[in-house]
Design a protein. Structure first.
Length: 554
């Protein structure tokens, strides 16, 4: 009797109209019920991308999920659960034999992400259901799919998903729908799923209760944020008005780095406002509002995007000093003297950020060419390379957050023969979960323009995505050395996905070195490690650039 009451309550929770669902008290699912919801997520997503009639768009697939939830929860054992799924599949119509699928099975593919082993889970599914799912896999949808297609650069584009009102905190079924949509897009189309710290299956089990039991808007959106950050991908981002309000929209007018578990001020967003609060470059902040900086970072790390720890620390700006009040108390070490100060906080729009007016390129002492890729433009390349023709080395600085162009015109001057500089994999829409390699990316020499001096590439955690890809292009050069610190580890064109209303992103293509070694999460190959130090920042030194100049001098 108790079991029937629980199912009835859950049915009401999942089907009550949107206008009346905001304050429902959700019955917590037990472990077995969570497992069954996870199985529904997987089968719903599998049919969405594999079943020919579903892929054509013959059904309202969201509605199908809502109808299945109470049926799945009501099942008492694997026989009942399997029967629910078998009846559902039967209602979807005939799956005809696929003659072209066998040929697709034989082509070489990248299979690190592919995993349909759950189909054979004997604890959940009968042999009949396993056989039926396997048949659908072997005779899967070919050609166009209503819900996914290739974007311009062969990464995926998600399409034709129904939008819902009040998505900031929708009813339970829509919250679950958002999780299931997102989970399956990552499951089948994220090229780096196999590199995540937490198994994607485990993320699903962890997040189903979190999404269902979220008591308010913030709990729900924090669950979304945490799920996205579990991709361990610097491209994976999440922004919302509510989240910004929760963490605080006011910031100090200075930039910083986290070094040795402490914050050191290394620049200004607004120099005038920084002077007002007596914020100085080189200030070492040990505590914020009485709490150690590293403890604040660790508490919030699950909400900070980043392929690796260095990038998470770089992206921690909105989590260390920010808040909703006009000031923040800091404990700082300035020239060996410990003191407490109140630093003013402002909305970012109030900062008068100075445009970077530095030189695009120049010749340093010692006849060394220097190019700032954050400022350089395509139109500058020919003149710059003419000016650099007789230099003994060129330093190409990729440590800025932006890049204006893809530098083939420069990189082609650093090789004598055609070279492969990258291998790229893209999702296989004919067999979701598989990926296949595109034609290797090559670079050809520019006749009569070869530069014979040393080439140094400077990189750090700001070197991300297209900047990493461009650096790989340079690294194919004949006499190139990379100096700096771990790069962002987020290479490959970006795909946009969403949690019912909330936009997010992920790396959409997989990028590897010619020998197939990974760039994602690990970052690019570094020949000489060089990192800024607190002492160097306090003395106004660019230690990474100095390292490059010292290397050239040798």
């Amino acid at each position: 009797m108790m079991r029937k009451k629980i199912v009835a309550v859950l049915f009401i929770c999942f089907f009550m109209p949107l206008a009346f669902s905001q304050n429902i008290s959700v019955v917590k699912l037990n472990e077995n019920e969570v497992q069954r919801m996870a199985s529904l997520c997987k089968i719903w997503g599998f049919l969405k991308y594999y079943h020919p009639n579903v892929a054509k768009g013959n059904f309202n697939w969201d509605e199908q999920l809502f109808l299945m939830i109470p049926k799945v929860l009501k099942s008492e054992n694997k026989e009942e659960l399997s029967k629910v799924y078998l009846n559902w599949i039967a209602d979807l119509g005939e799956v005809k034999a696929c003659k072209s699928c066998n040929a697709a099975d034989k082509k070489e593919s990248f299979d690190e992400n592919f995993d349909l082993s759950w189909i054979q889970n004997t604890n959940l599914y009968t042999e009949e259901l396993t056989s039926k799912l396997k048949y659908i896999e072997n005779n899967r949808s070919q050609g166009s799919n209503k819900y996914v297609k290739f974007a311009t650069n062969d990464n995926v584009e998600i399409q034709n998903e129904i939008q819902y009102p009040n998505f900031e905190y929708p009813e339970q079924n829509v919250r679950l729908l958002g999780l299931f949509r997102y989970w399956n897009v990552v499951e089948y189309f994220f090229p780096y799923k196999y590199q995540m710290d937490q198994k994607w299956d485990a993320v699903l089990i962890e997040m189903i209760p979190r999404f269902l039991e979220a008591k308010n808007t913030i709990e729900y959106q924090l669950a979304i944020s945490e799920t996205i950050m579990k991709l361990d991908d610097s491209h994976a981002t999440f922004y919302s008005k509510e989240i910004s309000d929760f963490f605080g929209r006011k910031h100090i007018p200075a930039t910083f780095k986290i070094i040795d578990n402490k914050v050191v001020i290394d620049g200004f967003y607004d120099e005038s406002l920084s002077k007002t609060s007596d914020i100085r470059i080189g200030d070492v902040v040990e505590k914020v509002n009485g709490k150690k900086v590293i403890d604040i970072f660790n508490e919030n790390a699950k909400y900070i995007n980043g392929s690796n720890l260095n990038v998470k620390m770089k992206n921690a700006y909105a989590f260390i000093f920010n808040g909703s009040t006009d000031s923040v108390k800091v404990t700082l070490n300035r020239n060996g003297v410990i003191s407490e100060k109140n630093w003013a906080r402002y909305y970012f729009k109030d900062f008068k950020i100075k445009e970077d007016t530095g030189e695009k390129y120049k010749i340093l002492e010692g006849n060394i060419g220097y190019a700032d890729m954050n400022l350089l433009e395509m139109k500058d390349v020919d003149k710059m390379m003419t000016d650099f023709k007789n230099t003994k080395a060129i330093i190409i600085d990729y440590r800025g957050p932006f890049m204006n162009f893809m530098p083939f015109l420069i990189a082609r001057r650093f090789i004598k023969n055609e070279k492969i500089f990258a291998r790229v994999i893209q999702p296989d829409l004919s067999y979701p979960g598989h990926f296949f390699e595109k034609k290797p990316k090559t670079i050809t020499p520019m006749s009569g323009k070869y530069y014979s001096g040393k080439v140094i590439i400077l990189v750090n955690s700001n070197t991300q995505s297209s900047s990493e890809y461009s650096t790989m292009m340079f690294q194919a050069g004949d006499n190139v050395t990379t100096i700096g610190s771990q790069t962002s580890g987020a290479d490959g064109d970006v795909s946009e996905i969403e949690f019912v209303g909330f936009k997010s992103k992920m790396s959409g293509l997989g990028v590897f070195y010619p020998n197939k070694s990974e760039t994602q999460r690990k970052g690019l190959k570094i020949d000489i490690e060089a990192n800024p130090t607190i002492k160097g920042i306090q003395e106004g030194k660019d230690e990474v650039l100095q390292k490059a100049i010292e290397f050239i001098a040798k």
